[in-house]
Design a binder for this molecule. Structure first.
Ligand SMILES: [Zn+2]
Length: 89
């Protein structure tokens, strides 16, 4: 991905389902286009749309090195990419 700023922090996936609990995720230090919610152990990653569309809930997610992930859902599109939410296995 490019090194341009990736926009506002995404809303946590848990908060998307519970409007009273909307909160944003925090960028992961030293990693571009990855965010984390420590309350819910939820990650979000901005990837290209082809990568995002190729996965479904429960699929393995290995695009963030060091984390064995499982896809939760797709999120917003931005800058020609798409957010994918995932959790550690
Ligand atoms: Zn959260």
């Amino acid at each position: 991905m490019s090194t341009t700023p990736s926009g506002p922090n995404p809303v946590c996936e848990v908060g998307m389902k519970h409007p009273r609990d909307r909160h944003r995720m925090r960028p992961v230090d030293g990693v571009e286009n990855v965010w984390f919610c420590s309350r819910h152990s939820m990650y979000a990653q901005l990837v290209d749309p082809e990568t995002a569309e190729a996965v479904r809930r429960g699929d393995e997610w290995g695009h963030y090195e060091g984390i064995d992930g499982l896809v939760v859902r797709q999120g917003d599109e931005r800058q020609g990419g798409q957010i994918v939410y995932f959790r550690e296995k």
